[in-house]
Design a protein around this ligand. Structure first.
Ligand code: AMP
Ligand code: MG
Length: 401
């Protein structure tokens, strides 16, 4: 049995690099990972830009206020000033429009007698540079605005659009297959017969994979016999990542590890000092990675969120791919055994202070408890009591609270 951190390290060391690079339209780029640095082809703003609706003028003309200035031009957004302005002159200018040469500041319209007249009375003085965003202030032409390995979210899409990056170079998505094992497992749409249960891991793992922006293929539900399993795994090894559920413990019908070895998969981890999820297998075969997750429903989900997600993000080329934790105040004592690190579903609440409350659970089949939680409380190996009011690490995921 190896430590959780060691297992994570081993998994990441053996996670294959992203497959290749392709270009996608900007409109399809969110959720993808940038495959190269992105450089701006423009200055932003591209001219000295007014940040207000008002009057562009020379700050020097406002040494005495109120001041009356001649309005010599009007500059709506999207137009170019017809020429420079001189002393005693002003241009009415709209937000986002270039200010004319000769002007060095903008006075907002609220501090003036208003638009539409040949002269304007300016009531308040302003400093030179006020309400003007100078050329290149935000981004200089040629500057790197985003780096390779960045996950593209809403803000990144906006920035890519601003610098004209369309289509966008991204890493190809790994293909992911899911294979659930167990003679007792039936489809969720079926009414289980005696001694049967519904397959919760297949749909859950598919949803998990989809949450990473990938398109999983739900391969099969297979029974616990070596021959069928071998055929299904052989098919699963066609994919960049094969996620299996069940058949990895010490049972007489747990054949996953044997079949993987038989098919030349190199096994890097097979027992991890973590609860839930101890019998987790990670293996590689050429450029493919294979996870054998425990069949217990909560175990599979927890290991997916902790280990599979981290590995898949690396495989997708994302550079900040680690497990995301926040610190929170624990509202109840947690008692545990010292032998492993425990990851316990909790409810995280935000507000003036972040607190976390462990969800009472009846073990790793307790899906209602897992569903009540919105995070995982990290309780380290070696500890037996984590006291109420202590500060703990909490694993969070997107939209988890
Ligand atoms: P295993 O890892 O195959 O020994 O399974 C451990 C426990 O998880 C057993 O109680 C199984 O019935 C249950 N289990 C295995 N696979 C699934 C699945 N796909 N959906 C729900 N429960 C499962
Ligand atoms: Mg089984």
């Amino acid at each position: 049995m190896i430590e959780f951190e060691k297992a994570l390290k081993l998994i990441l060391e053996n996670t294959p690099d992203p497959a290749g690079i392709c270009k996608v339209p900007l409109s399809d780029a969110s959720g993808r990972v940038l495959a190269s640095d992105v450089v701006s082809d423009v200055d932003i703003p591209p001219f000295n830009k007014s940040a207000m609706d008002g009057f562009a003028l020379r700050a020097e003309d406002l040494e005495v206020v109120p001041a009356n200035l001649n309005v010599v031009m009007d500059i709506p957004a999207g137009t170019t000033p017809s020429g420079p302005i001189g002393p005693g002159e002003a241009a009415s200018v709209m937000t986002g429009a270039p200010i004319p040469q000769g002007s060095n500041t903008v006075v907002q319209v609220e501090w003036t007698s208003g638009f539409g007249e040949k002269t304007v009375k300016i009531d308040r003085s302003v400093n030179a540079g006020a309400n003007v965003s100078p050329l290149g202030e935000i981004v200089e032409n040629g500057a790197t605005v985003l780096s390779k390995g960045t996950l593209i979210d809403v803000e990144e899409v906006a920035l890519l659009a601003a610098v004209g990056c369309d289509p966008v170079p991204v890493f190809e998505l790994p293909s992911v297959a899911i294979l659930t094992t167990g003679d007792e497992i039936v489809a969720p749409s079926e009414k289980p017969g005696p001694s049967q249960i519904r397959d919760t891991n297949g749909p859950a793992l598919a949803a998990f994979v989809r949450s990473l922006g990938l398109n999983p293929v739900l391969l099969h539900r297979v029974g616990d016999d070596v021959e069928t399993l071998r055929r299904a795994v052989t098919e699963g090894l066609e994919y960049d990542c094969l996620i299996m559920s069940g058949g990895v413990s010490a049972g007489a019908y747990d054949f996953v590890e044997d079949v993987l070895k038989e098919l030349d998969v190199t096994i890097h981890t097979r027992r991890i000092a973590v609860k839930p999820g101890k019998p987790t297998i990670f293996g590689t075969h050429d450029n493919k990675m294979i996870f054998g997750l425990p069949g217990n429903p909560v175990s599979g989900i927890v290991i997916a969120r902790l280990l599979v997600e981290t590995a898949l993000r690396v495989r997708m080329g994302q550079n900040n791919s680690g497990i995301v934790t926040v610190r929170a105040r624990l509202t109840k004592d947690i008692r545990k055994k010292a032998n492993r690190a425990w990851y316990i579903h909790g409810t995280l609440s935000s507000g003036n202070e972040i607190t976390v409350t462990p969800v009472a659970n009846r073990g790793s089949a307790d899906l209602p408890a897992a569903a009540r939680g919105n995070c995982l409380i990290v309780t380290p190996k070696g500890e037996t009591l984590i006291e109420r009011d202590s500060t703990v690490d909490v694993v969070v995921w997107e939209r988890s609270w």
